[in-house]
Design a binder for this molecule. Structure first.
Ligand code: AN0
Ligand code: CP
Length: 318
């Protein structure tokens, strides 16, 4: 594997699960791989889990780790080519990326959808420039359309908790006060479609995701129907994808909040969310604090997914 931006880069899903299991059981077995190798993590957006878990994964692999927050201490970067740079951005990404590449062996990038242009977001303008210009292997720490390290951790978590070979997994939209990208639901859908689970997506009308990600999933507009007999409930907010509402909030309807009454319709389902989560918007206190909530275990598995990915990159490129 050279770069990691989606499920398509990881190869066979069963062997990805086996590789993650090995990493989880033997966290320090591959320190020779990372010795004298530098991991550079570039953040265009805030993070708690990705920042800490990916850094820890690097250390577990024996790597040196550098973290840079663009927007906090670095020069503001221009990303559009051809502009006259007479504004507030002193440096262009076309110089900054090759420079960053000279300081490291592997680069992780977080660059959310900006909702300025659907085309730019869905063409993954930022992370693709890192792939083209850095000269180093690049992995996504949530790009404009996908969050594959999260989805890989979600898959590992479902594998650990599932009670049947083919669990019913439900991705549900839930309300949120600010417009959020589709990266997490897109990516989760893509990874679930790579398994043989029963996979259902539920959301209000107008929140249809790009069909490329929906794939073979069943889309059910009635949330309560969708929850029936579910083994896992995966909640997430996202802003509208479809034109002309791309990036807009169409509903803040709290009847979509995941609560105890709805969880009672499920097959004693586990509750999942990538975090950060807004309590009593996305999910009630009662559900997230219940013993069926596995959000902390899910977040812990972010070290495992990051380590499994960086290990493959090191093995295949150095
Ligand atoms: C981000 C999102 O929804 O994509 C990151 C989630 C991992 N969430 C927020 O900005 C609150
Ligand atoms: N789930 C996740 O990626 O969290 P952070 O935004 O805190 O990194």
């Amino acid at each position: 594997m050279r770069n990691f931006t989606s499920v398509h880069d990881i190869g066979d899903i069963k062997s990805a699960i086996e590789k993650a299991k090995y990493v989880k059981e033997n966290p320090f077995a591959d320190q020779a791989l990372g010795k004298n190798k530098t991991l550079l993590m570039i953040f265009f957006n805030s993070s708690l889990r990705t920042r800490l878990s990916t850094q820890k994964a690097g250390y577990n692999l024996g790597m040196n780790v550098i973290v840079l927050d663009i927007n906090q201490g670095a020069w503001k970067l221009e990303t559009e080519r051809g502009v006259i740079m007479d504004g507030d951005k002193p440096e262009h990404i076309l110089e900054a990326i090759p420079v960053m590449g000279t300081y490291c062996d592997v680069i992780g990038v977080r660059a959310f959808a900006e909702f300025q242009s659907k085309e730019d977001d869905y063409n993954e303008l930022i992370i693709n420039q890192f792939i083209e210009l850095s000269g180093k292997p690049v992995f996504s720490m949530e790009a404009a359309t996908r969050h594959p390290l999260q989805s890989y951790a979600d898959l590992i978590t479902i594998e650990e908790y599932k009670k049947t070979a083919r669990p019913k997994v439900v991705l549900t939209w839930a309300p949120h006060p600010r417009a959020l990208p589709q990266a997490v639901p897109n990516s989760f859908a893509e990874w679930m479609n790579a398994t043989d689970y029963e996979f259902v997506i539920t959301h209000p009308e107008g929140y249809e995701l790009d069909e490329k990600f929906v794939g073979n999933a069943i889309v059910e507009y009635d949330q309560k129907k969708a929850f029936k007999d579910a083994d896992f409930i995966y909640a997430k907010n996202w802003a509208a994808y479809q034109d002309p509402n791309y990036g807009k909030i169409l509903s803040k309807d709290r009847s979509w909040t995941v609560d105890t009454e709805k969880m009672a319709l499920t097959n004693n389902a586990y509750f999942m969310h990538c975090l950060p989560v807004r309590r009593n918007m996305i999910v009630t206190d009662e559900v997230i604090e219940s013993k069926q909530s596995i959000v902390i275990q899910e977040a812990a598995n972010r070290v495992v997914s990051a380590q499994a990915v960086i290990k493959e990159i090191l093995k295949d490129n150095y």
